[in-house]
Design a binder for this molecule. Sequence first.
Ligand SMILES: Nc1ncnc2c1ncn2[C@@H]1O[C@H](COP(=O)(O)OP(=O)(O)O)[C@@H](O)[C@H]1O
Ligand SMILES: [Mg+2]
Length: 327
Amino acid sequence: MADMEIPDYDTVTDHAAAQEAKRLVGLYPGNRLKKFSICGNSYWLKRSDRPAIYPVGKLLHGIASPILYPPIIKSSPLRSAVKRTEDEFAKSKALNAVGIPSPPITLVTPTVFIAPDLGQTLYDKISEFLLSHDHQSIDALLRRATASLGRLHAAGLIHGRPNLRDMFEHQSGDIGFFDFEEVPERSMPFADAAARDFWLFAFQLAQYSSSRESAIEALLVWVALAPREATKRVAVYYHDLKTIMYLARFVSKIKSGRDLRQFIGAYDLISQAIEANPKQWHYTKEDAEIEKYSRNKPNIVHRVWYYFCSFPIFSISLIRLTTLVFE
Ligand SMILES: Nc1ncnc2c1ncn2[C@@H]1O[C@H](COP(=O)(O)OP(=O)(O)O)[C@@H](O)[C@H]1O
Ligand SMILES: [Mg+2]
């Protein structure tokens, strides 16, 4: 929508901030993000037309996505900067509409917006707790973040990349979200997109929780709140990944990077939680039977595709998904 309407500003301060943002865009045309203050208020300016990461990997992933299977490894659709701004604006509104905190966004141009400064992100807070060895506070914060993610999914919404750097503590005490760059719900069913959000978040639980027990406790907070079809999809993917995990563990023995370690860590947590109580994840015996059948299809073409094509693509896509958390 190239002619996206820039609404009238709600307050004089919004108007002044938008004018200042326009001036800063002119002064620093290469900057994607800029924090500034005006009339005693702090804001962040963000430009959707300045990509954060080198887009080749994203582009290739986007082009290959229609033939990727299972759906969780598809990429978010490739969109113009105007569309990305519009989506960010809409999602922020949608979250607020269901009572999940998200910063009110003010459009400055069709590809530039400003949002009030939210203070520290959860990543900043956890980094501070780590310095003071306050692991109890980290665990408590992670549980609240997982609960918020569960409520977001229960409301039928997807974050896309629930990174601790994109979460904040609202004055109400609830954990809020911002930075809705990814819209996986457009390229896969809702349940898969929610399961993807959860896996991405589980990487961080694996990294920062003080113990396996507290990480699993946090995982189960999400399970209790999220829609049952989403928890079931997590269980389905857990089973799907079993074979590839042998490969992942083998590779990690030869060359262990942080991404792979976190991926294995998250898988092990989810594995332990599901094996302890599959019913809690709404994963039934019938689901297991259907899956077993589809994996062992007697069709040779299907098998060749699965082992020789889909496997490497699956691994590459998983690596890209992992980099979404750690970039
Ligand atoms: N409104 C805001 N309040 C506080 N910090 C912000 C805000 N907007 C951005 N930031 C900071 O800048 C970082 C990057 O901004 P973000 O919108 O997440 O862009 P990116 O797409 O590069 O991740 C955030 O992780 C956070 O540290
Ligand atoms: Mg971000």
